[in-house]
Design a binder for this molecule. Sequence first.
Ligand code: PSV
Ligand code: MN
Ligand code: MN
Length: 424
Amino acid sequence: MLLHRTSIEDHNAALLAAHQRRLQYLRSEVPQVDDVLPLLTDLQIAIPSWALGTGGTRFGRFSGGGEPRSIAEKIEDVGLLHALNQSSGSISLHIPWDVPENHASIRSLAAQHGLRFDAVNSNTFQDQPGQQHSYKFGSLQHVDKAVRKQAIEHNIEVIRQGVELGSKALSVWLSDGSCFPGQLNFRKAFQNTLESLQEIYAALPADWKLWLEYKAFEPNFYSTTVADWGQSYLYVSKLGPKAFTLVDLGHHLPNANIEQIVSLLLMEGRLGGFHFNDSKYGDDDLTTGSIRPYQLFLIFNELVEGMDARHMNHAQDLGWMIDASHNVKDPLEDLLQSVEAIKLAYAQALIVDRKALAAAQANNDVVRAQEILQAAFRTDLRPLLAESRLRAGAALAPLQLFRELNVRQSLIKERGTTAVATGL
Ligand code: PSV
Ligand code: MN
Ligand code: MN
């Protein structure tokens, strides 16, 4: 389904007067709004190919229909999102859930939609049909060199695929670990994993990065070989300057202080990027900002402060990606909500009065510091986001337009209601 420019123009024309009223009020309240606009427009959030269909749980899956059946259709879906918000300018593929075949045509289709390819993700947490060795007892950590070799080869193949598509990063998440005490020698598992990662790292092109994700538990419930940010940091610092830690917001033990983790990884130059989602209990993969929007804001507060201190380019120097799963929502609507929540938290962090905050911190003025942060967090910056979309040629209210145009119904008509499994 293609979205016509006129649909966006008509929609914007109908909402323009109300939008301008809100923006004018915001301008009178928040003097920095115009400085923040270009930064907001630049921030693009990558959409994971696996979040375009219904995820389900291990208890069941309820397909909403019209799900993409091929990489081309996944690109079209992300193209739709990008046309609506001009903030989802890239797609992240997961191999072999995605099997890119005709690279040139996939690349040109993506370009037609104004999209590029973000990090490519490898998968050594499932056995694939016809695969020689099983990953039941791990992949890069495995006690058997032949299994490790197979997993290393897979990662190198993913890099090759990514090179064909113009990606610049390999994202590695390992489910490796153990289910019971005694199953694993932790030190050997670490060393095997490190050696395997070193072989993968050696195959990275000069301008590529390797992002190593961590996760506290699941599917292994006793130990995980890259379980937390400290362990990921240990690997990436041993690997070399092209290796970084990737923070997935759902991968921590309950109540972990993620903003502090972010601050320190950034300080050490080892923060690679994010898998955004939200979490109530564990790796819930819920819509970003749906459960703990204040935590999201506090993370962005550290990001803005830390990136500015290191003179980093906000939009380009980290990987900004969503990792979500949808059980009851329309996946595309959910992704629109997530992108909006991420950019809102970013905008709020951009208007924090940094000088005043630094002064409050220097004076141990705890109350003032809290007031400063919460003043930014409680400012409704939605008109600012809408303005940045308007200027970029996107819709003032993307979700509303998605519904007005009956996008899902058109997709169902085009693709049918057959469920297409998209992996985890
Ligand atoms: C694992 O839970 C994870 O967060 C990794 O990023 C995987 O690649 C993705 O989810 C699979 O859905
Ligand atoms: Mn993830
Ligand atoms: Mn996850």
